[in-house]
Design a protein around this ligand. Sequence first.
Ligand SMILES: Cc1cc2nc3c(=O)[nH]c(=O)nc-3n(C[C@H](O)[C@H](O)[C@H](O)COP(=O)(O)OP(=O)(O)OC[C@H]3O[C@@H](n4cnc5c(N)ncnc54)[C@H](O)[C@@H]3O)c2cc1C
Ligand code: SF4
Ligand code: SF4
Length: 1008
Amino acid sequence: MLPLVDSKASIEQDYLDYLDALRASQFKGEIETSYASRLAVATDNSVYQRLPQAVVFPRDVADLQLIGQLTQSHNKVRFSARGGGTGTNGQSLTDGLVVDLSRHMRDILEFNAEERWVRVQAGVIKDQLNDFLRPHGFFFAPDLSTSNRATIGGMINTDASGQGSLVYGKTSDHVLALRSVLADGSLLDTAPMGLDEARELAGQGDVIGQVVAQVLQSCEQKREQILAKFPRLNRFLTGYDLEHVFDADMQHFDLSRIITGSEGSLVFVAEAKLNVTPIARYKTLINVKYDSFESALRHAPAMVAAQATSVETVDSKVLNLAREDIIWHSVKALIEDVPGKDLQGLNMVEYNAEAEQDMQDKITGLVAMLDDCITTGKSGVIGYQLTSDNADIGKIYAMRKKAVGLLGKTKGSKKPIAFAEDTAVPPEKLADFIMEFRALLDAKGLQYGMFGHVDAGVLHVRPALDLIDPLQELLMAEVSDQVVTLVAKYGGLMWGEHGKGYRSEYGPAFFGEELFTELRKIKAAFDPFNRMNPGKICTPYESDEALVKVSDTKRGTYDRQIPLKVREAFEPAMSCNGNGLCFNYDSTSPMCPSSKITKDRRHSPKGRAGLMREWLRLLSKQGVDVAKLDNVGTKQNWFSRIYNTYKQDNKQDFSHQVMEAMDGCLACKACANQCPVNVDVPSFRARFLHMYYGRYARPFKDYLVANVEKMAPLLSKAPRLVNAALVLGEWPLRKWVGYVDAPTLSYPTLAGRLDKEVQAFDLSVLRSLNPEQLSKRVLIVQDPFTSFYEAELIEDLVKLIRKLGLHPVLLPFKPNGKPQHVKGFLAEFAATAQNAAAFFNQLAGLNIPMIGVDPSLVLCYRDEYKKALGSTRGEFKVQLIHEWLETVTLPDLAVQSTRDFALFAHCTEKTALPSAEKQWQQIFARLGVSLTPVSVGCCGMAGTYGHETSHLEHSKGIFELSWQPALAGYKTEQLLATGYSCRSQTARMQGDKPKHPLQALLALLEEK
Ligand SMILES: Cc1cc2nc3c(=O)[nH]c(=O)nc-3n(C[C@H](O)[C@H](O)[C@H](O)COP(=O)(O)OP(=O)(O)OC[C@H]3O[C@@H](n4cnc5c(N)ncnc54)[C@H](O)[C@@H]3O)c2cc1C
Ligand code: SF4
Ligand code: SF4
């Protein structure tokens, strides 16, 4: 039986006292001290792991000030600010207190189009800001791959930049003013000012005065050394930018330049006034294809010379990984293969222009050059493709932005990791630098993929290492040191884009003792007691505290405590690399509805994977054989489970915290397909539930859900009686069982709607049919929801099949098992799956199409069945309606209609079958009817999730995020939805129920 899992991670007394004081103050935010909350922010996208004491979520500047002010009576407390937590070098990790600004400080405060600025809170996400600015014709220019989850506070503190930085610069180039809070709670407003004003301020004598005085002193006195030391690069430096504190003629002073890139080691940035840039009227992207990555690199300067706005490069490894990912579906037409050539490198060259003619001139020049290269075989150019469609350009960049995540998909235990992934060298030296870098990695037998901003000389490379192996950890440190030396040789920077974090140990050597001392003096002026992100970048002057180091404790240190066979069995949880793509803020993306609605990192795929890993580690430490536990599951007797549930000692069980995170999951499977490394939460969630309920009693509603497929056929014998009972029993069901808005059974029932011929399934009769007769048959696979709760849909399917001149045969209802899987009844699911598979396999040999209506149940045959049954699953194939219709000829049934339908596809279907919407569109087009796929996330129902009282509020909230506004754009008769859940949720929330697309097709054919 699963034992009690004890985390033994107590919180230091100083912090407990401090948090008590914070609770007793006017602090309006949340304070979370659970082990799960702490774990959720113990990692980022780096290889490091550090458990904080607690996490606090301030709501505004005043909250941040309180956090600082209370340190005066609790002087041991240390902080690390946190935004999206997407840092690649552990910047936001701490063993002190995490101050997470991403949950609440998300407001856009003020916008002035005339003066071209916007004022925001630090937790605003970069894409959120650009979505706000777009209708006004502006954008916040510094770009970064993590734009859908990185915050402005994080961007400012890492001085983020990316594609287009040659033209658009870095975040620091766009900061007009900052409102920050110092470690002692003082408010600090910074903006460019005249030198005289700065000197006056410096004489003030208070904290702010001391800060300004120190910065003035360091930057004026050491100006010569600073100019000599700092690289003359577009990616000049991140953090403590001593050079740009002054403008070129030393007349203006801007303290914000010290704060940008300081990685939270100086202040909490609370609000920022940012410069916004007009969106270029004309944009064109040319994808230039090469025979090698080296050719692409060496040719990039020619593109820059040809006035490109930006040049981005990816190598063949990244391209090939993209080909295997869901993302390729959206870009394949834009990066077609060149017949007879091997595409090994790609330059994505963007041009922006205000005037059409200007754009035309630029492109004509480039195209002539490329044509010449192709004809003469110069520069390794093998082809190019051009697009001026903004949506297409966005798709290409989405692929490029996903590149880092895709690299994580590499097979085997060695995974690409970030530690030397953002070197910057002068662009003209980039190709040579990369060749030497590759030689270094090749000599060590390391695998890697490369891509980067070649125009700015920035290279992204993540060598594949397995940090569970201590020797590989040493190798990482060795390579890191060698890269530092190599970068220095080329006059570049180790941290050209992603900041320093645990690489801070290289700071003293990079800056030299003299300038590093100045950094420390500045740190001392801002933060004399080393409270702000201690160990990052530098420590205060005269402090003997240490910097963080590359060799510090990593995630691998913990992961290696989990036995190999357990790691293999829970591979999806182990493989999360923390890149945070699952925090995607876009409400029209299916990615993680529970994360969106809660804004709680525990309720994201990353949070769940992290909790699972720690749970497995703690179990392993307790000597528990997890594999055995996995087999035992729920076979414990009732009495002991009830006893464990109510026993007081068990309240502290860490398993409850894991359970809470798993319970919030909708099992929508968006993560399984949209996460770049396919972290499939529902798969390990089901196994966790299976083991958890080996120790604790299950709620009654779980049995109801898991047995819905057994009960529905019985209940449908007396549908009206049952429906009446459901209405009368609404209150007790909600209150005592925890189930709301239970759907009513179809009346007339399916049997009552269909004639005998359809229902007359007889295997021997089917087997006796000749090929011609067989080719006319279509087998309908029933699912519990459609057959018993939406029988009219099966009735319509029968009519549609007949309308197409074919003979429908209704297969006897065979439970699918999906509800059992969702609730973690894994033994029962395996039996159900085995039974259904045996039945369908008998039919498979007949070569008659088997079709099912509900996407999530049909897709269960393909995924969960494979995982549960392995090779015994057999080869049977159940198609979804659109997959089957694609194979059916509709030659003489073409109708013309002026109707325009809107398709709201099921999120499991969209993410598992990315072509589904397009295929539906094509099917409708064959009939001359327009169908528009609508971008929406999850509807919030997800099987039975939305019917559970405990989830009701979130279910409704998720619906309101994207479905509600999207539905408002259409009339009810236009709405088509492929999921049973989605149709029910829409009916529940809005009264009108959308139809399934097959019903619209039928109506169109009947009209004719
Ligand atoms: C897949 C991937 C691709 C990436 N691509 C790019 C890229 O193209 N360009 C690029 O520049 N970076 C890139 N990064 C790195 C990372 O996304 C950026 O550094 C980003 O700016 C971090 O923002 P965040 O909100 O996640 O900050 P966090 O990671 O939460 O924090 C980063 C640092 O900022 C500090 N901080 C955060 N908020 C505040 C605040 N309000 N006040 C004070 N300090 C604060 C933290 O203490 C920490 O030191 C990439 C990362 C990943 C995982
Ligand atoms: S679950 Fe996937 S998308 Fe989320 S952080 Fe982990 S690897 Fe990235
Ligand atoms: S299944 Fe859906 S709700 Fe659950 S973690 Fe994955 S994306 Fe989030």
